[in-house]
Design a protein around this ligand. Sequence first.
Ligand code: NAD
Length: 483
Amino acid sequence: MKCVQVDTNQIATIVRKVLESMAQNGGATNEQAGIFRTVDEAVEAAWLAQKRLMALNLEKRNELIGAMREAAVANARLLAEMAVRETGMGRTDDKTAKNLLAARKTPGTEDLRTGAYSGDHGLTITEQAPFGVIAAITPVTNPIATVINNGIGMVAAGNAVVFCPHPSARSSCNKAVEILHRAIVEAGGPPHVLTTLAEPSIEKAGELMRHRRVNLIVATGGPGVVRAALGSGKKAIGAGAGNPPAVVDETADIPKAARDIVAGAGFDNNLPCIAEKVLIAVAGVADALLEQLRRHGALVVPSHWVEKLTSTVFTEVTEDTTSSGGAGHNPRRRWVLNKQWVGKDARVILEASGYSIPGDVRLAVVEVGRDHPLVQEEQLMPILPLVRAKNVDEAIELAVEVEHGYRHTAVMHSKHVDHMTRLARAIQTTLFVKNAPSYAGIGLGGEGFTSFTIAGPTGEGLTSARCFTRQRRCTLVDALSIV
Ligand code: NAD
């Protein structure tokens, strides 16, 4: 055996590095926690783990999913607190509710279906098989709920996952992966079914997408990451941006509509992609709606303050779009979102604009015209623009325009079945929520399972385990058909 001389300084350095690494990862060393330095290490570990996962039977896989759910429920609040502290966005109670929703209502293996064809020529079955290793790129806005939701669904389908969290939510997301990873191992599953990157970045997300052992990319975020995933040359699920309109017509129960709008648009400071982002009220009920919004805790910003608030939330830039060789000066005005206010409390944003309010407020409502940047841009802040429409026809037309073809989410408050049907047909969104806060559409106070990866661009809709599978067919000729 070869002996190596190590002096006390070297020992001290090694111990310090190990302790730093353990502190960073809540007591476990990186690899034991599923947290890897390089993309290659994480993918190779996940690849091996997936083989071991597939050697277990479905009953065991169910047990692992049960253990993940329990661990996620037990740590829902702790992880919510960490995420709020780290990202500086959102509200702890609401993030806790999202984490619990993801833990409890994300479908497991029961989501997988076997199909069968039988007849003169025997029996053919189709089964939903795993892809192998999935690259899951996750957003800063629902950091923990997405890790829990993707983690449960992807493992239920028999995959291993390499997460690449948003860099601004790295520590809390990696803590969530560590907790779920530990739950799997303690329940008798293989290590590294869930892995993540110690230092995620856009560059590493790209490297992960290109890795030869990654078979499926699931990108949850804005247009940039969805474009990158779809341009990767691999199978990709893209869950992108939205700008959900909420339409209130003259038949709506106005006090209930107001209560639901404050609850939905104020939830987690409007961070969910599904949250009401533009309020469109038919003129005949707009004043009554504003009054009820006030009664249900919203602050209606006076018209003389709109400009100050707008220039806090956005910076106006002028671009010269004159092409080379073109004639004359051709300036174009554009509004750029000031991202430091994303997910902040309404009070903080109002105060930044110079408008002081005595206490907390869930939502600020501001009446503007249809071309206003607050209407046209997805801001992810509890500042809800209200636009008046002459009648329901104009309201539907405007809702379609401000949704920008994202096909994401729309909300309507109405008792008129024809109005609701007309908006649903015109807008073609993945989610259409009627007479409830937007979050009812992902199973919070509404029927149905939950998802935090809503794939409008690629069409899977609310993703669940079955979306993370490949169809395989098995045919036996002239036997096993029993009639
Ligand atoms: P973001 O696009 O800035 O980042 C999302 C993730 O993608 C992060 O991990 C980021 O590091 C990575 N990323 C960004 N650009 C990339 C690129 N070019 N190549 C590779 N990786 C890249 O979004 P965000 O601020 O974290 O989240 C908010 C956005 O996500 C909003 O637009 C919101 O509507 C959307 N969103 C959609 C859903 C959905 O289910 N459809 C869910 C949550 C959030």
